[in-house]
Design a protein around this ligand. Structure first.
Ligand SMILES: [Zn+2]
Length: 247
């Protein structure tokens, strides 16, 4: 390009069309933090691996340590906190956490900020035909999913948490309880039954039989004429065997 002295245009670069201001990510904390060479830029204090290949898209340079540990790049970009007003459920203030697939999880207002430090996704469970909230974590370099309930109750990865009311996106503390696999099975929704009878009651040639399964063993509770009475007997047995919490 020739720049003549008598040119009326003094700018070195041709004028560009004015672009609309792009939404900028939140200020990068990295500039304020003193990250030593070879350490993760999220500030977690862990060493990163050496790039085996250069990758312009990921910003990797062959032979140089990579910027972040896997999954740590998004740590500085948590989801935006919305100023939607909290609403009350059973007298406790609650808020909604956006998930992927257009789903939302309900949490208590006190847990909202803690949980909003991560991005959450909705996972469809075809067995229970319902959504669950989880986030992606890395354990020994493998992708795992940590449930919102585990995160909320500060439980170890993989502990089963039961939703008392069976609403699986209801992550209010009052609705969650850590359970064993067996206890979780007790709280299953009643499946389609062959006969329209109370739980634990089955028809016999003369009247009805009542029984309950406990620790894999079947306990016979007797025969009755009235199926409703049989249902009561079954409920009493449930209370005796499983306690008040699960009856
Ligand atoms: Zn990190």
């Amino acid at each position: 390009m020739i720049f003549s002295r008598c040119s009326t245009r003094r700018t070195r670069y041709p004028a560009k069309a004015v672009e609309a201001p792009r939404p900028q990510p939140p200020p990068y904390l990295e500039d304020e933090m003193d990250i030593p060479y070879g350490y993760c830029h999220c500030g977690c204090g862990q060493k990163t691996s050496i790039a085996k290949e250069s990758n312009r898209k990921l910003g990797h340079v062959k032979g140089e340590p990579v910027k972040h540990l896997v999954g740590h790049g998004s740590r500085l970009f948590p989801p935006p906190i919305e100023d939607a007003p909290p609403f009350r459920i059973e007298g406790v203030y609650c808020r909604l956490i956006p998930l992927t697939k257009g789903e939302y999880a309900v949490v208590w207002e006190v847990d909202y900020i803690y949980l909003m430090q991560w991005r959450w996704s909705a996972r469809w469970n075809p067995q229970t035909r319902s959504f669950y909230a989880e986030r992606t974590i890395f354990i020994d370099g493998k992708i795992k999913h940590r449930s919102m309930a585990n995160e909320l109750l500060r439980l170890e990865h993989g502990v089963i948490v039961d939703h008392r009311n069976h609403v699986t996106l209801d992550y209010r503390r009052a609705n969650l309880r850590p359970v064993t696999h067996t206890q979780n099975m007790w709280n299953q929704r009643t499946r389609k039954r062959k006969y329209d009878l109370p739980r634990g009651v089955y028809p016999t040639q003369r009247g009805f039989g009542v029984g309950i399964r406990n620790n894999g063993k079947y306990i016979h509770l007797g025969f009755v004429k009235d199926p409703q009475l049989g249902g009561e007997i079954y409920k009493a047995a449930v209370l005796r065997l499983r306690g008040k919490e699960f009856s």
